[in-house]
Design a protein around this ligand. Structure first.
Ligand SMILES: Nc1nc2c(ncn2[C@@H]2O[C@H](COP(=O)(O)OP(=O)(O)OP(=O)(O)O)[C@@H](O)[C@H]2O)c(=O)[nH]1
Ligand SMILES: [Mg+2]
Length: 193
């Protein structure tokens, strides 16, 4: 949910990276954070287990600059994908203005991708939102994996058409910026126009 502070002339928009455990959400945010200029980013906060799974969330703010005399800040989050962090996922998703759904292209993770999509829909409802009501972009990550899932297969299975679809190899930084720019543009345009 967009947050507007008239006093400080600040608009904050929330973007959430959602997807199955180990699909590459945190890797996306780390790569994105590394690629941003110092003056445009705040510190990245990550809470992870020793085996690198996110426990609660990853977060950092991005300062986009001024639009119509207001400063625009994006708040970038990832949810923890592992099944047992259900409650944390809902808390992080609350108030999301846009979602990047990160798909693991490993064929063995096909059921996990579908389960995560269902979980996303369910949690959006619990947050009084819906997948059709906010910008959603799909990212097929791990395109370097042999016999990677066909792009479009998840959309066909779940019966949903996202605003845009990107391919990525987040561990090499490929496709990360394009995905982030697309969702950022969508949430800002939706709010501003
Ligand atoms: N082969 C390959 N591995 C990747 C890619 N992106 C991320 N990984 C690896 O996948 C593993 C999981 O990545 P994370 O970014 O921690 O995944 P996550 O989605 O944040 O996982 P949770 O926090 O448990 O939900 C790490 O070992 C990454 O290095 C990719 O494009 N290709
Ligand atoms: Mg993570």
């Amino acid at each position: 949910m967009v947050y507007v502070n008239i006093h400080n002339k600040l608009i904050e928009l929330k973007i959430v990276y959602y997807g199955a455990g180990m699909s590459g959400k945190t890797t996306n945010l780390i790569q994105l954070h590394q690629g941003l200029r110092e003056q445009h980013k705040g510190q990245m906060v990550s809470l992870a287990t020793e085996s690198e799974s996110t426990i609660f969330f990853d977060f950092f703010p991005v300062e986009l600059g001024q639009i119509n005399g207001m400063s625009v800040r994006l708040r970038m989050y990832t949810v923890p994908g592992q099944d047992f962090y259900e409650a944390s996922r809902r808390l992080v998703l609350e108030g999301a203005d846009g979602v990047v759904f990160v798909i693991d292209s490993d064929p063995a993770r096909e059921p996990a991708n579908y389960a995560s999509y269902e979980d996303l829909c369910k949690n959006l409802k619990a947050c009084h939102s819906a997948i059709e009501r906010i910008p959603v972009i799909f990212q097929y990550n791990k395109r370097d994996i042999p016999r990677a899932l066909a792009v479009g297969s998840v959309e066909a299975k779940v019966g949903f058409t996202p605003l845009q679809v990107f391919e990525a190899v987040a561990s090499r930084g490929e496709g990360v910026k394009q995905t982030a720019q697309a969702i950022s543009r969508s949430v800002v345009e939706r709010f501003a126009f």
